[in-house]
Unconditional design. Structure first.
Length: 79
């Protein structure tokens, strides 16, 4: 595609943060400050691991196929 690495990362971040932000008020209402904070930390940890896994996959696929790393998630899934 025509996306740069930075714009792809920003779009992925916006999707993760945007969808999750709608649930935050409900989480804090149900779980309280401590439970809500803990839930946010767990979600942040899972999101970080997911993004790192996608990034590692880019380089593993590119090295096995002798190609430059794909610049979008769609390109990664096609390989």
């Amino acid at each position: 595609g025509t996306q740069t690495k930075l714009s792809a990362a920003i779009n992925l971040g916006k999707c993760i943060c945007g969808a999750g932000s709608f649930a935050l008020p409900h989480v804090f209402l149900e779980e309280g400050v401590l439970g809500g904070t803990l839930a946010m930390m767990v979600c942040a940890f899972l999101a970080m691991n997911t993004m790192q896994s996608i990034n590692r996959s880019r380089y593993l696929v590119s090295s096995s196929q002798q190609q430059p790393p794909p610049t979008s998630y769609v390109d990664l899934t096609k390989l």
